[in-house]
Ligand binder design. Structure first.
Ligand code: HEM
Length: 374
């Protein structure tokens, strides 16, 4: 895919008749993601939800500008320091090993269903203290909420159920704080002014939504990229020191968030030679920016050892993904566990029959693999 370097920003007519500006060039995307004139604040009407549900969404820091965003981000960042995240390693390794033990007797499994999805879901649910019996519902509801306009009619009910369950969870946990992510967030709330009950609910909600499908897509797409050209699988299996660079390359090549949530121009913004009028919606297409041939050599090729890889898969600027260290850790553990446990792993169907999701998120939805080829 070669790109016209002058066309890094375009106005696009959407199927609902409205228009938005799509940013596809790498430089323009970086610029847009760090431009304070492009506000993340959404209007309740834009969500098409009833006011109570809309307000839970609108209190998430993902949809706030400074100073509200700054305050919430500071309060939560203590829970995501590299030390805090690294301390989770043995625990996540155990979860991954148990999941692979559970499938080991089978010849062929859908790796998305048995591993790529359940691993991050279990990790985020354990961090947040979601009881085992609630996890299947958390997955169903959050998938509906995270599906965007495609499942709009199902969203009010799923959102209401998710929020009710999160509130119950918080009430229950308030009585017995613990040494986990939820414990950290509750402690923050108790230190005076800090996090209100509603903010805490929105925070947990945001972490559930942001934390699992994205990581599942990284694991699923990464395994597909490796098995689609099995020399890559063999190389990484034999040179595991390449893994950190390979994971960055998976995120560049198939970013789980293909298009960021919308931004709104608060004044006229000049970007990529275009004049974006005040009030316009702006979407940054990370999937295109990450394949921009003016920034990445052989942009459409997978290079496991790509030395320079300043991809935008985790965003950029003040909303840069706070969960990036956790996502990277989970991916490292997942790929290592798979390569060690099933070194002969291979696709069980032709590459064209693997299922993909391709909306604002991108990822493999069905990945049949043979665990132990004959
Ligand atoms: C923000 C990607 C995993 C929590 C973001 C953004 C991107 C992103 C692109 C910026 C969105 C924007 O600017 O509009 C990813 C990818 C992941 C991943 C590709 C996995 C491979 C996680 C995990 C968590 C998480 C595991 C938490 C447990 C968040 C939060 C924000 C965010 C809270 C909002 C940050 C803010 O507004 O300041 N993520 N994410 N993400 N992510 Fe992630």
């Amino acid at each position: 895919m070669s790109r016209d370097p002058d066309a890094g920003v375009q106005a696009i007519e959407l199927p609902d008749g409205t228009s938005a500006w799509f940013v596809t060039g790498y430089q323009e995307a970086r610029q847009a993601l760090s431009d304070p004139r492009l506000s993340k604040v959404l209007k309740a009407e834009e969500l098409g939800l009833d006011p109570e549900l809309a307000s839970a969404m609108l209190r998430m820091m993902l949809f706030l500008d400074p100073p509200d965003h700054t305050r919430l981000r500071r309060l939560i960042s203590a829970a995501f320091t590299p030390r805090r995240v690294e301390a989770l390693r043995p625990h996540i390794e155990r979860i991954a090993a148990e999941m692979l033990d559970a499938v080991a007797g089978h010849e062929t499994v859908d790796l998305v269903e048995t591993f790529a999805y359940p691993l991050p879901l279990q990790v985020i649910c354990e961090l947040l203290g979601v009881p085992v019996e609630d996890r299947a519902e958390f997955r169903t509801w959050s998938a509906i909420v995270a599906a965007g306009p495609a499942r709009r009619h199902e969203q009010p009910e799923a959102l209401a159920k998710l929020l009710t369950r999160i509130r119950a969870l918080l009430a229950d946990r308030a009585a017995r704080p613990g040494d986990d992510l939820l414990g950290d967030l509750l402690a923050v709330r108790e230190e005076g002014d800090r996090l209100s009950e509603d903010e805490l609910t929105s925070m947990v909600f945001m972490l559930v939504i942001a934390g699992h499908e994205t990581t599942a897509h990284l694991i699923g797409s990464g395994v597909f990229v490796l098995l689609d050209d099995r020399d890559r699988w063999l190389r990484l299996r034999d040179e595991p020191e390449l893994l950190p660079a390979a994971i960055e390359e998976f995120i560049r090549y198939e970013p789980p968030i293909a298009v960021t949530t919308q931004r709104t121009a608060t004044e006229v913004v000049e970007l990529g030679g275009q004049s974006i009028p005040a009030g316009s919606r702006v979407m940054v297409r990370l999937a295109d920016a990450n394949r921009d041939g003016t920034r990445f050599q052989d942009a459409d090729e997978v290079r496991l050892q790509r030395a320079q890889n300043p991809h935008l898969g985790f965003g950029h600027g003040i909303h840069y993904c706070i969960g990036a260290p956790l996502a990277r850790l989970q991916a490292q553990i997942a790929f290592t566990a798979l390569m060690t446990r099933f070194p002969g792993l291979e696709l069980a169907v032709p590459a064209g029959e693997v299922g993909w999701r391709s909306d604002f998120q991108r990822g493999v939805t069905r990945l049949p693999v043979r665990l132990r080829p004959a």
